[in-house]
Each structure stands twice: as structure tokens, then as C-alpha cells.
Ligand binder design. Structure first.
Ligand code: KIV
Ligand code: ZN
Length: 499
């Protein structure tokens, strides 16, 4: 094994799947396993076969479906568990049994009701028994984070003698600090005979938000397998995130360590897990959160557009994020707007851009994010404004319960201002009547359709209008967060075209 290679052991399908509400069926697990294989993980922990027939079956089916990664099955230090795991692994091209027992004071005396000697005996027996079925046996010292280092070294020494090939040092309760955890790994490196012939694994939980830091401290001190989950899912506060550890090792080259993960598949794998497990990723989650590469303040956007590295330590494409990270909000500047418009195919002169920018700021004040659809509408309006002989300059409406709806409109017709007021059976009807007082062309309103473009109440509404004149149909369109304005603009759009 290469000294600098860090093996990635993914436990999304075992520790990750223990999260309430995240259970997957066998078909979904196979889909995940194949995605993990494509991502390039070295070991897939596929389940805990004795725990249920479903878990047993998943280990069998994943073993059949996947070729490259080692397939691992979890057991307690119990003969029956080991036999069932071995049976579940029988189709694996390379199978591993992961057996172990608690080693901390709490686990010895308050969970297993045993003694340190009793624990060593069971650990050794389990490893020896597992070796009858497979050559690859990983031993976990549960709650190693809170286990006395001297006792931990004794247990590890004994299980290596019994034939363990990988030694897992879990921080089961997420209690340790990075320095402590690193020292624990170093202590084992310095005090256990034969430790250099096995792989030391980290398996850190995130109860104090230290899982990634502890894992990195572990590999700096000699661990060469990291046990991780996609999006950091797992019991309680979760496990160590695969994406964080992998990208730390890739970005901080001075550590001199690497994994064989195809980082370009990180984002899509994260989305897959989130969707299948119905577990949303927090927006500010490192590497895979929706905002991980999003820049919304004008200063940052300008900086990123000048040189990405001004504000980004990872190129989003490296993890498979190809969308623009320039998020348009009311704090965005002209550079960001120009950039996003160009990405969707619009190039404007400085003056026109200025005009769109004003409309953009008004829209952004009433709407949280501006999408590409919104931009297309703003840009489309600008293009159309040049062609239209009539445009809306002002609109005022009065409506509500107990009032007669009334509207006043001011139109620009070939450079001249015209104002009119009218009442109607609603604000739109009143505004249309006022428009008709100014634009006297004979045209019958045939269709009037209002649609919300996307989700929220702050979103743009689209209006389509159809008018008929002398047997010919004319179509008008507009969009605005103000539905009455959009209606009047769409009406004017249609009327302008009537001959
Ligand atoms: O957290 C833990 O200790 C575990 C072991 C079963 C490896 O998940
Ligand atoms: Zn765990």
C-alpha cells in the first residue's frame, strides 16, 4: 500500500442509514452503492446483516451489483453475527467482516457488564472466528475516543495478533478534540507491535462538530482509512463528511496525502443521497451546500469575476458544480448582472444595461433570488421596448372591499404623454378601460391569462393577452411581481400591434 494513500470507507449505507426516517429499500441501496463505486470509494459498508432480513438481503444484492470496492458487513463480537455476515458476503468479489466491541470504561462496565480481560478475550475470539471466513477482518474498538490509551493499545495489540487487518478507532460519541484524537493514533503507532502492517481507520462522530477535524488529525498522525458518509449523515449529529475530508486532502497539498475519489462526482452523489434519504442538505454545508460556492454581495461578486481565487479556495467544477455561483440579489452590482445576462445569451450596451439594472434592483427588492427566468423577462422587455410604439409610464389603482375600483394610466405614445382614468368591476378591468380611453383602436379582448412563474408569493406573475381585430389575433405578454402592472403591459403590448 502506498504510504500517502488514504482509503475511503463509506458507511452511508450502514451508519448513515441508521438515521430515523432515512431508511432505504434494497433497490435504492443498490443505486447508492453504484453511485459510491462511480465516486471511487474503496470500501462500502453495506449493512449489519444480523440486524434484519432487509439488511442481510441488501448486503447480498450490493455484493452482486458492485465490482471494485471492498464490501464490508458489520457484526458485534458474537459468533452468530459473524456467521450471518459471512453468508451475506458470499457474492462479494472482495468481502470484509467488521467486528468489534466497546472498550471504554462506560462500555465495559455499564453496557457489557464485563471486565477489561473479558473484553480482550471476546475481541480476540471474534477476530479469530471471522478470519475463518474472510482474509480481511476489521476490528472496531467502540468508544475508543473515551478509552484509556494504554488499554486501547493492549486491545489493538491482541487483535492484530489474532489476525485483524484493519484497526478502527471510533470516536463513537464525538467527544474528543482534534489534538487528543491525533495523539491517540500516534500513541498506537508508537506503542503497538506490528501496527505498521495494518491500516488504522478513523471513524469520528460529529456530536461536538469535530468529526472532520478529528479525522484529519487522525490521518496526519498515521491513520490511512477514513470512515465517512455522504453529506455527513449518521446517528445523532452525524458522521464525518466524505466530501469535506476528500476536499481537505485535495486542497491542502502540503499534507502529502491523497484519495482516489473522483471529486467531480461529489455534488451529484450528495444530491442523490439527499433525495433518496429525504434528508435536505443545510444550505451552508461545506462543499455540497446550496450556498457553498454562492457569492451574493456586490464586493465579493466583483472580486470573483476578476479572479475566482479572490474568494474561492476550490473551483466548484472540481466537485461537479457547474452553475454560476453569482447569485443575484438586491446587493449585486452591475458586473454581476452583466455576467449573468451574458451567460444566458444577452449582451447590452452600457446605457441599456443601466436601464435593466434599475429594473433589476426594483425586482430584487421585492424578490429574494433573481433566477435566469426573471432575467430573460427583464432582458426580453428591454429588447421589446425598442420596438413598441406605446409604453406604460405610470399606473395607479384604487381597489379594495367597499370601494369602486378605479385606475389612472399614463401612456407614452410615440413620445407623447397621455393620461386617463376609469372605473371597472375590478382593478384590472378599470385599468384596461382607462387604456381604451387613450388607445381607441377597435380590438376585442379574447383571452386573458395570469400565471405564477415559480414558487413564492414574491415571484413574478406572467400575463398573456389575446385581442382580435378585423379577424386577426394579436398576442401580448408581460411579467412583473405586480400582477396589475403586468396585465396592463400585456394589454398594451397586444394593442400596439393592432393595425
Ligand atoms: O460509531 C461507532 O463506534 C460505530 C462502530 C460500530 C464502528 O459505528
Ligand atoms: Zn459510528
Amino acid at each position: 500500500m502506498a504510504k500517502d494513500r488514504v482509503y475511503v470507507f463509506d458507511t452511508t449505507l450502514r451508519d448513515g442509514e441508521q438515521v430515523p426516517g432515512c431508511q432505504l429499500n434494497t433497490v435504492e441501496k443498490i443505486e447508492v452503492a453504484k453511485a459510491l463505486e462511480a465516486l471511487g470509494v474503496d470500501i462500502i459498508e453495506a449493512g449489519f446483516p444480523i440486524s434484519s432480513p432487509g439488511d442481510f438481503n441488501s448486503v447480498v444484492e450490493i455484493s452482486k451489483a458492485v465490482t471494485n470496492p471492498i464490501i464490508c458487513a458489520l457484526t458485534r463480537a458474537v459468533k452468530k453475527d459473524i456467521e450471518v455476515a459471512a453468508e451475506a458476503l458470499k457474492y462479494a468479489k472482495r468481502g470484509r467482516i467488521h467486528t468489534g466491541i466497546g472498550t471504554s470504561y462506560y462500555h465495559i462496565y455499564h453496557k457489557l457488564m464485563s471486565t477489561p480481560e473479558g473484553i480482550i478475550e471476546r475481541a480476540v475470539e471474534a477476530v479469530k472466528y471471522a478470519r475463518n471466513f474472510v482474509d480481511d477482518v476489521e476490528f472496531y474498538a467502540e468508544d475508543a475516543g473515551r478509552t484509556d490509551n494504554k488499554f486501547l493499545a493492549t486491545v489493538v495489540q491482541e487483535v492484530i495478533r489474532a489476525g485483524a487487518t484493519v484497526i478502527n478507532i471510533p470516536d463513537t460519541t464525538g467527544y474528543t478534540l482534534p489534538e487528543e484524537f491525533g495523539k491517540k493514533i500516534k500513541y498506537l503507532k508508537d506503542n503497538v507491535e506490528g501496527i505498521d502492517d495494518v491500516i488504522i481507520a478513523t471513524h469520528c462522530h460529529n456530536d461536538l462538530g469535530m468529526a472532520t477535524a478529528n479525522t484529519i488529525s487522525g490521518v496526519i498522525n498515521g491513520a490511512r482509512q477514513v470512515e465517512v458518509t455522504i453529506n455527513g449523515i449518521g446517528e445523532r449529529a452525524g458522521n464525518t463528511s466524505l466530501e469535506e475530508v476528500v476536499m481537505i486532502l485535495k486542497s491542502r497539498k502540503h499534507l502529502g496525502l491523497y484519495t482516489e475519489i473522483n471529486t467531480k462526482r461529489i455534488y451529484r452523489t450528495s444530491r442523490l443521497i439527499s433525495t433518496l434519504m429525504r434528508m435536505p442538505v443545510q444550505p451552508n454545508k461545506a462543499i455540497v451546500g446550496r450556498n457553498a460556492f454562492a457569492h451574493s454581495s456586490g464586493i465579493h461578486q466583483d472580486g470573483v469575476l476578476k479572479n475566482r481565487e479572490n474568494y474561492e479556495i476550490i473551483d466548484p467544477k472540481t466537485v461537479g458544480v457547474n452553475e454560476s455561483g453569482i447569485i443575484l440579489t438586491a446587493r449585486s452590482g452591475r458586473a454581476a448582472l452583466k455576467h449573468r445576462l451574458e451567460r444566458i445569451g444577452y449582451k447590452f450596451s452600457k446605457e441599456k444595461l443601466e436601464h435593466i439594472y434599475e429594473q433589476f434592483i426594483t425586482l430584487a427588492d421585492s424578490k429574494k433570488d433573481i433566477t435566469d427566468d426573471d432575467l430573460k423577462i427583464l432582458a426580453g422587455k428591454e429588447v421589446k421596448a425598442e420596438e413598441l410604439p406605446i409604453s406604460l409610464l405610470a399606473l395607479q389603482v384604487l381597489s379594495g372591499k367597499g370601494t369602486v375600483p378605479m385606475a389612472t394610466v399614463t401612456l407614452n405614445i410615440l413620445g407623447e404623454k397621455h393620461t386617463a382614468s376609469a372605473t371597472g368591476n375590478g382593478p384590472i378591468d378599470a385599468a384596461f378601460a382607462a387604456v381604451r380611453q387613450i388607445v381607441t383602436k377597435k380590438a376585442k379582448l379574447e383571452e386573458f391569462l395570469i400565471q405564477a412563474i415559480t414558487r413564492g408569493s414574491d415571484d413574478l406573475g406572467k400575463v398573456h393577452v389575446q385581442v382580435e381585430s378585423k379577424g386577426v389575433m394579436y398576442y401580448g405578454f408581460s411579467a412583473s411581481t405586480d400582477i396589475i402592472t403586468a396585465s396592463v403591459e400585456a394589454f398594451i403590448d397586444a394593442l400596439s400591434q393592432v393595425q
